[in-house]
Design a protein around this ligand. Sequence first.
Ligand SMILES: Nc1ncnc2c1ncn2[C@@H]1O[C@H](COP(=O)(O)OP(=O)(O)OP(=O)(O)O)[C@@H](O)[C@H]1O
Ligand SMILES: [Mg+2]
Length: 494
Amino acid sequence: MGQALVEIRNITKRFPGVVALQDVSFTINEGEIHALIGENGAGKSTMIKILSGLYRPEAGGEIIFDGEPLREYSALESLHRGLVVIYQDFSLFSNLSVLENIALGPYVKAGKRLVDWKAMEAIAKTTLEKLQLPLDLNTPVGSLSVAKQQLVAIARALANKARLLVLDEPTSALSKGEVLKLFEIMRSLKNDGISLLFISHKIDELFAISDRFTVFRDGKCMGTFAEEELDDDRLISLMVGRKIEYKIFGKNKRDDPIMEVKNLSKAGQFRDVSFTLNRGEILGVTGLVGAGRTEVAQAIFGLNAFDSGEILLEGKPFKIQKPSDAVERGIAYVPENRLQEGLVLCKSIKDNLVITILRAISNRAGLLDQGKKSAMTAEWMEKLNIKPVMPELPASKLSGGNQQRVVLSKWLATNPKILIVDEPTNGIDIGAKSEIHQILRDLAEGGMAVVVISSELPEILAITDRVIIMRRGRITAEKFCEGLNQEDILSKAI
Ligand SMILES: Nc1ncnc2c1ncn2[C@@H]1O[C@H](COP(=O)(O)OP(=O)(O)OP(=O)(O)O)[C@@H](O)[C@H]1O
Ligand SMILES: [Mg+2]
């Protein structure tokens, strides 16, 4: 095993009313893939923001990097020392080209004024070759797929001579094949002696790639463990402090159509998509990322105009043009990238939660009923276990997973007739998954028609009554979930 590259010693970080990290110590070795795991709000992102110089820890702790302590805890210091974080939004410049994104950093770092395009091109080329990434250097980054953007971010880190590369939930928007490609690159970086710190809520992925695991719980470090010392149960109990079971719910067969989708087509996205949705059921939609699932959902919600086909709502043709048409008819849609589309970051948890139901909590004069507003907020914060329990806190100060919960509850609170949720538990820790499953089941039991789009087959099998499998824009199978197993679904998805 390699030597210590980063020694994190007694790091504490407080925010008003919250101790995000409490006396945390652990070590990352040279050339290892180190997993950082913990429930939503456990302090993972705070830890890496300290590493990248975005936050300063409380006095008393220190971080030794390659034998020398960090002194300033500034972004520049971290960059100079080779500590590079790839956040979930990659922070790439989407209107700049691949070349500029990769090679501008080393330039700025060297304090050069004149841009030597030839030299930049050489840097970008070698890095891309190293990653075996045949990309056109002139492509604007914004036009690339999420997976490719991520690889450009990694290339940029390499061009900056990264020694420690931190990846905060890098796989949440990737397809299976893209994840494998990312893992391949992570392993080759590791073989070159680079250390990687990998954050994810997907336990099978963590086990597939990590050498050692550090577990956070409530801002405290529960220890670092070698991969051989752990199995799923042990890891989960270290993280959550109790046993978690993936509950499989009983399946219903309903025949009470609320919506019929007939031969929906859109060039380049999906073709001949037809299905019926019943009241009181959960319909799963699965398939590989890129199979057209999200595009269909957005078409139904008025976010994506389709070329042909029709939708019947409660037996009558439904002419959908914009999302407000759908909302008016009782359809709610919770998008996959909730953080970009679903939250007003500067507003409080409370304001975000009630934004969709203002009418329901206003009195006859149209004034907001503050009592109702507080009661609704308290109810949903408890149902989805949103932490910290501070309704007035701006949403920007919540952890990623807790932000997801706010967006989810804001749509659940509208009490729609049809609820479409795209990857409902993406970014949500394993402890809370079953709570969200229970809520969705309860809503269906209450008569709501629920559509769950999910790539996670165990999730589909646990909560849905029926499943549609999509591949390359077409439905390849429709099945009742009673007695179904993962292989049955996979064979239709690939
Ligand atoms: N800028 C801030 N101001 C106030 N509180 C904050 C701030 N940033 C984080 N926190 C709080 O610190 C705690 C740890 O948050 P952090 O984002 O590190 O969690 P996490 O482990 O990354 O969780 P997730 O899996 O949900 O992303 C949370 O209670 C969060 O609300
Ligand atoms: Mg986080």
